[in-house]
Design a protein around this ligand. Structure first.
Ligand SMILES: [Zn+2]
Length: 359
């Protein structure tokens, strides 16, 4: 019986539990402090725990909290691996756990970072103009209105549903969540330059993967798809080496490029930058996306959060209610949900380790 199993209530608890399990596992740990603080003044950090040989030819990197609040689940799964599966690792493979890639969003119970930026829309090529998403501008005032009372919530939601009716729900999802670079207080904003966590990865990626020739990455997400289901999502399309290798390892991998995934095709995801960041390694990377609640509830939570941080008071009365709403959209405290999620996670990790060990 593991009384620590499942999701914690705060980032600090998740972090402490992760570091404790890493110490128990004899992992080597490096903590990189983030300049911001959490709502209770707590320290924020990117923590890296590594198990296995330093000179391993193969590395499995498991990442939590790219989308802040989604780290409640990612951290619980990393803890689950350290507590129960660290000995399942093939001798020649190093497993690297990056805890809280976006620690600010994790602690503030937000999907975005300290700049209201979606870290997974920030890894575009900044030497070029950002991708255009012109239709976002037409609904920006509906997504994040200037007021967020019962009336404005109702009228803007009706208007968005009417828009969905007109263009189709898939197109709405693409416009809303594909990434936008024009509305800094909006949703799914990709930023105006590389953000702190992006710059951190640029600097530290070599420490994470060392001289590995083969690198597998599992980036843990929540909030899309059926309850408890774990979809593997590739940023690549059919025929790309990483996608084909991933399909051989895991079976069903959905390409967001080819429109197979619960995710819209998006710009600036960090897995898509790995071939540039570690050009000498053979990279097999997927997002593992676990379903929570329905898409409309998720979007309502993100709109409430965006309003709170653009026009409201994130430490004022009512802020905790928004954080509760956001956490409920991206994390489920039902033990049956975590059981389903952990079982799927184990399956994905086992297949990645087997694929890496064979080469
Ligand atoms: Zn996510």
């Amino acid at each position: 019986m593991d009384e620590q199993r499942g999701l914690t209530v705060t980032y600090s608890e998740s972090r402490a539990r992760f570091l404790g399990a890493a110490a128990d596992a004899g992992a080597s740990v490096a903590s990189h402090e983030h300049p911001a603080h959490g709502p209770a003044g707590e320290t924020l950090a990117l923590d890296v725990a590594e198990v296995g040989p330093d000179d391993a030819v193969s590395v499995l990197l498991i990442v939590s909290g790219t989308h802040g609040v989604e780290g409640f689940t990612g951290s619980a799964l990393q803890h689950h691996w350290l507590a129960h599966h660290r000995d399942d690792r093939p001798a020649g493979v190093r497993v690297v756990l990056l805890h809280a890639f976006n620690p600010y969003g994790f602690s503030w119970v937000r999907r975005v970072n300290e700049d209201n930026v979606d870290l997974n829309r920030n890894f575009i090529d900044w030497s070029e103009p950002p991708p255009a998403n012109e239709d976002y501008g037409g609904i920006a005032h509906l997504l994040v209105p200037d007021e967020w009372d019962d009336d404005t919530q109702q009228s803007t939601t009706m208007a968005l549903l009417a828009y969905a009716e007109q263009v189709g729900f898939e197109r709405l999802q693409e416009v809303v969540s594909g990434g936008q670079y024009t509305h800094p207080t909006g949703v799914f904003y990709g930023g105006s330059a590389p953000v702190w966590s992006h710059r951190w990865l640029d600097e530290h990626v070599d420490e994470l993967v060392g001289a590995a020739e083969r690198v597998a990455v599992v980036d843990l997400h929540t909030g899309l798809g059926p309850w408890g289901h774990g979809e593997l999502i590739s940023h690549e399309g059919r025929g790309a080496a990483g996608y084909d290798r991933g399909t051989a390892w895991w079976g069903d991998v959905r390409s967001m490029l080819d429109g197979e995934s619960v995710s819209a095709n998006l710009s600036g995801d960090w897995l898509g930058a790995l071939d540039r960041l570690i050009p000498c390694a053979e990279v097999t990377a997927v997002a593992l996306e676990f379903g929570t609640v329905d898409t409309v509830s998720v979007l309502q939570a993100l709109r409430a959060d965006a309003f709170l941080h653009s026009s409201g008071d994130p430490l004022g009365a009512g802020a905790d209610a928004v954080r509760t709403q956001v956490r409920a959209a991206f994390a489920d405290d039902d033990p049956a949900w975590f059981d389903a999620v952990a079982e799927r996670f184990d399956e994905v990790v086992d297949a990645a380790l087997a694929g890496l060990a064979v080469g």
